[in-house]
Design a protein around this ligand. Sequence first.
Ligand SMILES: C[S@@+](CC[C@H](N)C(=O)[O-])C[C@H]1O[C@@H](n2cnc3c(N)ncnc32)[C@H](O)[C@@H]1O
Length: 321
Amino acid sequence: MRYRDWLPAHVDLAAIESIHTAREQWVSQPKKGFLRYRVPYEVLREFRAEHRDFTTDTVTIGAAEEVSDEKRAVIEQNLRGFMPWRKGPFSVFGIGIDAEWQSNRKWARLQAHLPDLHDKTIADIGCSNGYYIFRMMAHKPRWVLGFEPAMQPYYCGRALLAMAGCDNGAIDLLGVEHLTLFAETFDVIFLMGVIYHRAAPLDCLRTVCQALKPGGTLIFESQAIPGDEPVALFAEKTYGKAPGTYFIPTGACAVNWLKRAGFSSVDLFYAHPMNGEEQRRTDWMHFESYEHFIDPANQDKTVEGYPAPWRIFIKAGVRAS
Ligand SMILES: C[S@@+](CC[C@H](N)C(=O)[O-])C[C@H]1O[C@@H](n2cnc3c(N)ncnc32)[C@H](O)[C@@H]1O
């Protein structure tokens, strides 16, 4: 576990190590479902890119001319082994990956509001395949730890980090609930696209708050419902066909959650309705996407008849001690 050397002395390394070991043993089982993602990771991590560019919308790892056509075919075959690609875009040794989400748009909305990331310790909670970790890398942080408990994005992100040779970035099979082990550890935490998947959002935000150093900053992004009242929608069964979605707040509700979770400054800096351009089916993601989650006769409603989603962006600070 490479990132152990980065952690402050008060962090209980043995506890983190035991979770890491248990989860690694679990995903290392020689079962078909586990090997499906582990095998492409093991093939791809052997390729090391010379050219890297994390400053533009497309995260670039390696140029086409760095590998032979034969090797590029092997790389593409293994990259496709990680399908469905949810976050992107990436260019890997000249292979363009058009993911379901145009994650560059989210990054563009928050870029002007970022705290200083240079030489900072950062956590990206629910980091998926690490698209935003790469964008953070352009700011030369001290290190970035991605928390990602799902096996497919975990292996995909680790393969990308290995090919890019990012020694100050890591992804571990941890969930937001494990932040309790990281008291006052991070200068900056990103919690994007996660809160509506938590059944107890306030407890989750309190956990996030205590993992920040005094004076630290949270960048929070969430699905939201439109409206000015401080209320949250709780669907009967699914919201936009997603069963794992719980409380979907208005912007005002999310601001109140963050204040009552212990954040001292809370600034909602952007809100926008979602659309089918930003999240859509592509050649790298063949399943249903945004257009299938929305009522075809009324774009303001989900297929269940709930208000169609917005996205909200909030910057929240912890008081300096
Ligand atoms: C909607 S995606 C958001 C991805 C990315 N942060 C973004 O904003 O585009 C939610 C991510 O959270 C991950 N996740 C699921 N359970 C989690 C948990 N308990 N803690 C942290 N992340 C979790 C999922 O696997 C998925 O990658």
